[in-house]
Design a protein around this ligand. Structure first.
Ligand code: GAL
Length: 638
């Protein structure tokens, strides 16, 4: 597979007279792909049932004839205003019961049957019309599911659909008698929360105090399933008329729906990478770290998502939107340092991206995103990022192929675990994503290359498998562990709840062949960290364990902090970065993996036949006999 570049373009925003010129400049810059159409519903159907496809026909023709390959988006993230007259109750409703109104985008509830029928209609029209168009080489369903907090809706439509979902889940034989199965699973005897029928069940918002966690977890699963079903409805229609690839564009740190399940219905994964926005907006880190990387982005956050979405796409993935300059939406929006657009692009390629597309072609002079840069300025002059894109396009010629190799290290990621942690964190700031990301960062600081599989993936061949915080351990994974000779890095909270969000008995983690029990847990204030006997601390969360094990690391008072039995290590709490890195280093050494202490801001990615060294800092760095200039990528062949 050849590495390629692209951009996101909105012909409907620009005069027809400049489309040819735009297409010519895109190909001149070395771009292959152009994504269009994903917000264009009001231009395709300005009035109900009145279609205007001519402009899109022409845009596709012009772009395609210029040599570009088109990714056509379905426009379902932006229902036109008239849709609300048809379905006044189609809007999503927030947890406070307020409708999320028209006037921006994503103003729909995944459970609204009427809206879904209209989505099926417009997707069918597009798929029929363009399904065999030779220029349309790929499709994108909707745009960024979950963006602006839109997965979860507390609407009447969601409530009715949730009741049906529960009926399906708890239906042993078919009647409302099955409500007792639900009552038992949720433990509704507590606080007299028993239901007499499914129609009595409401959504878990606006309760006096916190709702039952089992109720919330089922609602989160339901909400995720609604996204999966909505996406599947679109892919099924498109596949009836087209053989082109289908993708969706996921986001950074959005965990409200199970991306693996959405991905199962798609051919490839793609995601939208905004390193500088994410650093300010989505990363828990010190101010010093944010200042240091304000113009580069976090050295691990993008890579984490590259590795995650490579799994979601079963090996095939793209960056669908790459930040090319300052964005508009983070608390602060600095410009990247010279060289960063190129570094981000090569980082994606090093992690296996087939294509990187820049958002957007030309900065829009109007509306919400007028302060978001593009590759061109609103006056058509070149913005700073374009020169770097041209350069990468040249470099690709010498490094054309996308590597595909399995890493030796697997770090399991589970969306349900993230929901379970957020439902009952037990302490402020305790968050599954952060725990997994801390682990990922520590691994990367040691130069390890990592895969991020789902919990039920085939884990054969990995030497080190980490499953921190995997709240519910599926039976298949338990079995895999029994037969595996990899080294397993578990805890805290691995296997801490059953599938109904209850504490299992025997007590967790209940690992086959290991007499080990977490007998109680505590969460800690930020000023209560527990020092370890070696350097470092246990912070924010601790588990007290009993059983048969060797103590690998102990707290100051001698109690176990990291324990081991055969090929399993269990971490009894949340370790700071110093301790976590030591634990991972020891595990990697035990498994004879190549590790290397990378200097601050330097990262390494090994593919099957290439090594990529990234220097995210403004100083030159020496590593392994190599000198990495400031903000640079060095590619060596292995
Ligand atoms: C993405 C979105 C784009 C655009 C971009 C701005 O989240 O898909 O449509 O809004 O952000 O950075």
């Amino acid at each position: 597979m050849k590495r390629s570049l692209g951009t996101c373009y909105y012909p409907e925003h620009w005069a027809r007279q400049i489309w040819e010129e735009d297409a010519r400049r895109m190909t001149e810059a070395g771009l292959t792909w152009v994504r269009i159409g994903e917000f264009a519903w009001s231009r395709l159907e300005p009035r109900p049932g009145h279609y205007e496809f001519d402009w899109l026909d022409e845009a596709i023709e012009i772009l395609g004839n210029a040599g570009l390959r088109i990714v056509l988006g379905t426009p379902t993230a932006t229902p036109p205003r008239w849709m609300l007259d048809r379905y006044p109750d189609m809007l999503a409703v927030d947890a406070e019961g307020r409708p999320r109104k028209f006037g921006s985008r994503r103003h729909y509830c995944f459970s609204h049957e009427g809206y879904k029928a209209d989505c099926a209609r417009i997707v069918t029209m597009l798929a029929r019309r363009y399904g065999s168009n030779p220029h349309v080489a790929a499709w994108q369903t909707d745009n960024e599911y979950g963006c602006h907090d839109t997965t979860i809706s507390y609407s009447d439509a969601a409530r009715d659909a949730f009741r049906n979902w529960l009926r399906g889940k708890y239906r042993g034989g078919g009647t409302d008698d099955d409500i007792n199965a639900l009552n038992a699973a949720w433990g509704n005897v507590f606080w007299s929360m028993n239901y007499g029928g499914f129609d009595q069940i409401d959504l878990p918002n606006l309760t006096v105090t916190e709702p039952n966690p089992s109720h919330i977890l089922d609602f989160r699963r339901f909400s995720s399933d609604q996204v999966v079903a909505f996406n599947r409805m679109q892919t099924q229609i498109i596949r009836r008329h087209s053989d082109a690839l289908i993708a969706h564009n996921y986001m950074g740190r959005i965990t409200d729906f199970d991306h693996f399940e959405v991905g199962d219905d798609l051919d490839i994964a793609s995601w939208d990478s905004y390193p500088l926005g994410f650093l300010e907006d989505r990363i828990k880190a010190s101010d010093a770290h944010k200042r240091r990387y304000a113009r580069q982005g976090d050295p691990d956050f993008q890579a984490f998502h590259h590795d995650l979405y490579r799994s979601v796409g079963r090996g095939r993935w793209w960056v669908k939107e790459q930040q090319p300059g300052p964005v508009n939406w983070a608390p602060y929006n600095p410009a990247p340092l010279p060289g960063m657009v190129s570094l981000w692009t090569w980082e994606a390629f090093a992690h296996g991206a087939e294509a990187v597309c820049y958002f957007r072609w030309r900065q829009a002079p109007m509306a919400q995103e007028q302060m978001h840069s593009g590759l061109l300025r609103p006056d058509n002059g070149e913005a700073a990022g374009l020169a770097e894109v041209r350069e990468v396009a040249q470099q690709i010629e010498d490094a054309p192929t996308v590597p595909s190799s399995r890493a030796q290290v697997a770090l399991i990621f589970d969306y349900e675990a993230d929901w379970a942690w957020s439902i009952q964190p037990h302490g402020r700031g305790l968050c599954y994503f952060d725990l997994v990301f801390d682990t990922y960062r520590a691994m990367r600081q040691l130069g390890l290359s990592i895969d991020i599989p789902r919990p039920d993936a085939d884990l054969t061949g990995y030497r080190l498998i980490a499953a921190p915080g995997l709240m519910h351990m599926p039976e298949r994974l338990r079995q895999t562990m029994t037969q595996s000779d990899a080294l397993w890095l578990l805890g805290p909270r691995t296997g801490a709840r059953n599938a109904d969000m209850r504490i299992p008995v025997p007590l967790p983690p209940d690992l086959p062949g290991w007499d080990l029990k977490v007998v109680h847990v505590e969460s800690l204030r930020t000023d209560m960290a527990l020092p370890l006997q070696s350097d470092g601390e246990m912070v924010s969360y601790r588990e007290i364990v009993e059983g048969a094990f060797e103590t690998v690391e102990a707290l100051d008072d001698g109690s176990p902090a990291v324990i081991r039995s055969n090929n399993r290590i269990y971490v009894c709490g949340w370790l700071d970065s110093v301790a976590l890195r030591r634990v991972i280093r020891d595990a990697a050494i035990r498994m004879e993996l190549d590790i290397i202490d990378l200097p601050e801001g330097v990262r390494l990615r090994n593919t099957g036949h290439e090594s990529f060294w990234f220097n995210h800092t403004t100083e030159a760095k020496m590593v392994s006999g190599l000198t990495l200039p400031p903000i640079s990528v060095l590619r060596t062949t292995r």
